[in-house]
Design a binder for this molecule. Structure first.
Ligand code: SRM
Ligand code: SF4
Length: 571
């Protein structure tokens, strides 16, 4: 058992007056209970009446939202907004069983608007859940050994892990560790169990949150495990990225990368995306001590006055990378070893059928922007009824039907065929594209994303075909606001929403997520987006070197300047 290092000298709950309002709210919440249980019983409104409870529910994996398509109409009718809730499942490493799939499918049909969303951090989201159905969903998940604790909130979020079947032999070991880390860092409050499962409160002399304390983390904290050569999880975008080192059957340890993050805000010029820095190597057996030390550092030094500067990346830049590393080492009680060599090839998924050395078959299926509904939902339910392996949700919002034995492959192929599981008519660009949810559910969206990208991709496909570039793999990511939920700032082409129909256009990110892109045009509509891309593609088609990626070309050709420091300030 690893000893948890807690620096009580910085127990901030002692001096709350100097801190931001969310810190006081957390400290006064009775370890995330607040008055959520009472708010759920209030039948006067479809919302949760207390704004503090709305924030606290995020720690329970639940977001209050409203249907933004109906906002104006309801305002005119003097009705309250059409409140409903998003529920995010905690699914470390993105792996679930067929019986869990069937339960999730069932809950989405009965309580979640007959749709499911696969997220960029390898989990499921239900949208459109009404207040009186929240308990049904959470208890239904509990029946199948799933929960939503810490899927959102100021805590360690869903832990990611590479799911590429080609990494299978090492995958089992790393996925087990990812799950162990997820269990280790999960909030320990019993508040969740009391509110959602009806457990009785038990008086105990033990500390309710031995690691987090009453104020939890200053902000969300994200951990991800990558297995080279696949960087599907975008390890440089994680607060704590762990790069597995070893051979199949012999996992040795992890290179440790700290301080990645995508979020930025137009309103706050001192916010920026940042790539994580690799600071050293730890043997696998010392990993939990490392996780405690890194998270403990951020818990104790993160900014608790200004939430917009509270992510780990800003703490590191404020304290300096060297000092941060030394302090983490002090807390671990040992030094990092020199980081081990590794290389990444790509951050996308390899689609279609593969067979691994253990004789199992895997099918990676393209799910456009992670959205599952209608005939696709039916097809996947049919597959879950016969499948004996696992489902793996990829960090690119796709799905792997994994671990299929010889005798089941034909059945699954037939079921896929009934749907239209044929990848050949899906362009390379579309397969490598990703959009965040945005409208109509996301309260922060300024522009469309998931509902618009498919249409825009069709138009960009035409440009690529005209230049003979349709086979060229390139990454394209869109968001409805600058927050970066589809990790746009490391894509070769990115569009982030500014206003309805208007986006900032970024070019020059690294193909395997190793380099930030740069903004080339601000606040532009579709016509100028296509015109700008058309010009860049023309030059690329004429001047590209053999095997040169589009992002690399944009830098070499001077279309954008390279971001050299691993972060950029708002352009
Ligand atoms: Fe995100 C907030 C959706 C991955 C950065 N994100 C939101 C909220 C909850 C909006 C809100 O606060 O009211 C969105 C809910 C939309 C909806 O209707 O479902 C939302 N984020 C998503 C998802 C579902 C996008 C998707 O299409 O898959 C992803 C869920 C991941 C998961 O399963 O946990 C999602 N969000 C990300 C990522 C990518 C990642 O983590 O790898 C990022 C960038 C990485 C990072 O954190 O730096 C990301 N989301 C944000 C931010 C900006 C954070 C910041 O540092 O400034 C916000 C806004 C905030 O926290 O204040 C945000
Ligand atoms: Fe919402 Fe913005 Fe995230 Fe898209 S990037 S889901 S619009 S917060």
């Amino acid at each position: 058992m690893v000893k948890t290092v807690i620096d009580r000298s910085r127990d901030l709950s002692q001096s709350l007056d100097n801190l931001g309002p969310d810190e006081r709210m957390k400290a006064n919440s009775d370890y995330l209970r607040g008055s959520i249980a009472q708010g759920l019983l209030d039948r006067v409104t479809a919302a949760i009446p207390s704004s503090d409870d709305v924030k606290l529910m995020k720690f329970h994996g639940i977001y209050q939202q409203d249907d933004r398509d109906l906002r104006n109409e309801r305002r005119q009718q003097k009705l309250e907004p059409a409140y409903q809730f998003m529920i995010r499942v905690r699914l470390p490493g993105g792996v679930c069983t067929p019986s869990q799939w069937l339960k999730i499918d069932d809950l989405a049909r009965s309580n979640g608007g007959e749709t499911l969303r696969l997220t960029t951090r390898q989990t499921f989201q239900f949208h459109w859940v009404l207040k009186h159905n929240l308990k049904n969903v959470i208890q239904g998940l509990h029946d199948t050994l799933l929960d939503t604790i810490a899927a959102c909130g100021d805590d360690s979020r869903g832990v990611m892990c590479t799911v590429d079947p080609q990494c299978s032999a090492l995958h089992a070991d790393v996925a087990t560790i990812a799950k162990r880390v997820s269990d280790h860092v999960i909030p320990k409050t019993r508040g969740y169990h009391e509110i959602w499962y009806g457990d009785q409160r038990v008086v105990s002399s033990e500390q309710e949150e031995p690691f987090y304390g009453a104020t939890y983390m200053p902000r969300k904290f994200k951990i991800g495990f990558a297995l080279p050569p696949s960087n599907d999880i975008d390890v440089y975008a994680q607060d704590l990225g762990l790069i597995a080192i070893g051979e199949p059957g012999k996992l040795e340890g992890f290179n440790v990368a700290i301080g990645g993050g995508m979020g930025r805000s137009d309103k706050a010029p001192n916010t920026y995306p940042r790539l994580a820095n690799v600071i050293g190597y730890v043997p696998a057996k010392q990993l939990l001590a490392c996780v405690d030390a890194v998270m403990g550092f951020q818990r104790d030094y993160g900014d608790r006055k200004e939430r917009q500067n509270a992510r780990f990346k800003y703490t590191i830049d404020e304290k300096g990378l060297d000092w941060t590393t030394k302090e983490i080492e002090r807390r671990m009680g040992f030094d990092f070893e020199v980081s081990r060599p590794f290389f990444f090839e790509a951050n996308g998924d390899s689609f279609g059928w593969t067979r691994t050395d253990d004789g199992k078959h895997h099918f990676t299926m393209f799910i456009e922007n992670g959205r599952i509904s209608g005939s696709l939902m039916n097809c996947l339910r049919d597959i879950a009824r016969v499948h004996q392996g696992t489902f793996r949700l990829t960090p690119n919002q796709n799905l792997i039907i994994a671990g299929i034995e010889d005798q089941y492959r034909q059945t699954i192929e037939n079921l896929l065929e009934n749907y239209r599981g044929n990848l050949s008519d899906i362009s390379v660009l579309r397969r490598n594209s990703m959009a965040c949810v945005a409208l109509p559910t996301c309260g922060l969206a300024m522009a469309e994303s998931e509902r618009y990208l498919p249409e825009l991709v069709s138009k960009i496909e035409v440009l690529l075909r005209q230049k003979g570039l349709e086979k060229q793999p390139l990454t394209l990511r869109m968001t409805g606001c600058p927050n970066g939920c589809s990790r746009p700032y490391i894509a070769e082409i990115a569009l982030t929403g500014r206003a309805p129909g208007k986006y900032n256009l970024y070019l020059g990110g690294g193909f395997h997520g190793q380099r930030l892109n740069r903004m080339v045009r601000e606040n532009i509509g579709e016509e100028i987006i296509l015109e700008t891309l058309d010009q860049a593609f023309s030059r690329y088609a004429d001047e590209k070197l053999p095997n040169e990626y589009f992002g690399d070309f944009c830098i070499r050709a001077g279309i954008v300047d390279e971001v050299v420091e691993g972060r950029f300030f708002n352009d």
